[in-house]
Write a protein that binds this ligand. Structure first.
Ligand SMILES: C[S@@+](CC[C@H](N)C(=O)[O-])C[C@H]1O[C@@H](n2cnc3c(N)ncnc32)[C@H](O)[C@@H]1O
Length: 227
């Protein structure tokens, strides 16, 4: 007789945070740029940052009217969650006046810091993996996160982030982010690669609980479920 192994239903928050930091530090040491974008194993500087430029062109520049409202982007202060090796951060810093970016992995932040030493308008922080307490109490005009929440195995942690972004954004400002929209059968609370899946109702309810109005989403049911 076989018994299918029971998956742990939950892990204490601090254990999940430690695992995320440990696993992402390990991935950064192994091949940071590959784990940031797995489409290549041997990214050149040029191609890696060009992929960031392209993503920001598609995700931000095409939506600039909504994101910037009446503000000049060069005067805007922006927050990024999960900067990795600085791929998107570099592109964001060319559009916006000031970029503050956090990542749970000190190894990733070290790589981003080295790659972005020529961008004086970028501020990088290693954070605790669940909130923005490490960021100075400034007012932000826009917040962004891509390819990050899709790896977080806990709705509770993602909601802590959404709540803390609400604390830092000026009234009326937008938070654009992507979550995992495809159910992953084998994901578990200790899996720091396959994040929890959201459907439309779950994201809308989370947004409302955190004080946001849910304005737009696309890609429901897909890995790149954008809000
Ligand atoms: C796939 S990489 C994407 C990096 C960057 N957003 C990009 O697209 O170039 C995911 C990043 O999210 C970070 N990350 C994972 N879980 C996190 C968490 N709970 N809080 C902050 N960063 C996290 C990882 O350390 C890693 O740098």
């Amino acid at each position: 007789m076989l018994r299918r192994i029971l998956k742990p239903k939950s892990l204490p928050l601090n254990e999940q945070l430690q695992r995320m930091q440990r696993d992402w530090d390990q991935r950064a040491r192994e091949n940071a740029r590959h784990f940031v974008d797995t489409s290549r194993t041997d990214w050149t500087d040029q191609d890696f940052f060009a992929s960031g430029e392209q993503a920001i062109a598609e995700q931000i520049l095409t939506d600039q009217e909504n994101i910037c409202q009446d503000l000049d982007p060069a005067q805007m202060r922006v927050l990024e969650i999960g900067c990795g090796a600085g791929r998107l951060t570099r592109a964001l810093s060319k559009v916006f006046g000031e970029v503050h970016a956090v990542d749970v992995s000190g190894e990733m932040v070290a790589r981003a810091r080295a790659a972005l030493h020529d961008r004086p308008n970028v501020m990088l922080y290693q954070n605790n993996g669940c909130d923005l307490a490490v960021v100075p109490p400034l007012v932000f005009d826009f917040a962004y996160s891509s390819h990050v929440f899709q790896h977080i195995p806990s709705r509770e942690i993602i909601e802590l982030y959404v709540r803390d972004v609400h604390r830092l954004l000026r009234p009326g400002a937008l938070f654009k982010f992507q979550v995992q929209g495809t159910p992953i059968e084998d994901s578990s609370p200790d899996d720091t690669w396959h994040g929890v899946c959201f459907n439309q109702e779950q994201v809308t309810a989370m947004a409302q609980r955190c004080g946001f109005e849910h304005r737009h989403s696309s890609g429901q049911g897909r890995v790149y479920f954008w809000q």
